[in-house]
Design a protein around this ligand. Sequence first.
Ligand code: GLA
Length: 385
Amino acid sequence: MIHKKIESYFKEHYTDSPTLIKAPGRINLIGEHTDYNEGLVLPASIEKGIYFAISGNDQHTIQIETFLTQPEKITFQLNGDHEKFESFWGNYFQAIIEILVAKEYPLKGMDCVFGGDIPIGSGLSSSAALCCGFIYAITKISGKEISREDIALIAQEAEHKIGLNCGLMDQYAVLFGKKGNAFFLDCKDLSHSYIPINLEGYSWVLINSNIKHNLAVDSEYNKRRVSCENIVKQVQKYKPEVTSLRDVTLEDLVTVKSNVKEIDVQRAKYVIEENDRVRKMMEVLTEGDANAVGKVLKEGHWAMSTQYEITTKELDALVQIGESLDGVLGSRMMGGGFGGCTINLIKTDKLEESIKSILTQYKEQTEIDAEYYHLAIDDGVKVFE
Ligand code: GLA
């Protein structure tokens, strides 16, 4: 168990009684690239996570260490100064400390060892887990705890500083997730509710295409956001009250069509229809209609592939293979895109054979070994007992 290793490493190198915090990764059932358009999303926090063993120190430094993939230790001063570091993860901590310093948050010294089992660059939001977990940890140690809503905003600001103009879905899912439930979030007013996703006789499985993305470095994600903003600007010319695609209709797209690039219209149409798919998914999940759930998954995937253009040929292959199998009701790519995992709804009595067929056919078509993970929905960020 990864958390045991982290805890015992901490005890050996730092103090005897660390607090252990877990920040989960997240999946998303439907609602992709809708969050930054004030739209609807349906994610959930998962069992895989990042664990932080932490304890206060009286050296007035924040020492952060990981010993898992590439072992490294970085020491930050309480004003944000630090020595040079190599690891990409250092950028996130640096950004967070800088934001907290700018807000005049009273930071205190902390020792921290972290590590986890969320595959990186796989659409499971390892970076939101890293950021939200760390902010939760450092504010706990410093003695001035802040609300989960504020943690989400700081974590989002850190992502923006590093270069990904993301929405708030990942942070909210990581912070507010609840065991056994999907988390419905309206990104316009940030109201949320929970909905159980267990469909009797069916199982959820994640398949990792093993094509890794780095959304903060690949600007295709940000380009999608610009397309959406272009449309909003045009609609605002005659509907000044509109602030996001959430309030733009398909009729509006027809109206502005001649003033904008065709590709922007196509992307905005995707977002408007994706919000409808979230509403539909809520409905069919509540009814327990597994076939309809599978259908929404597939529709969502092909819309991302052909309209929003954020999938890869490998992800398309995974979904296509699923479509040819009896046991698979539906699947779709999850997250920002350009790599990562698909989420699959599979008949439990055909689970093993379906997974085996997907992995074998994927290998034949792409020469890549995919991996799979059974989905377990767990709680949001918390002290891990
Ligand atoms: C990434 C971003 C999120 C969201 C998804 C796509 O995970 O961090 O804010 O936009 O992509 O749905």
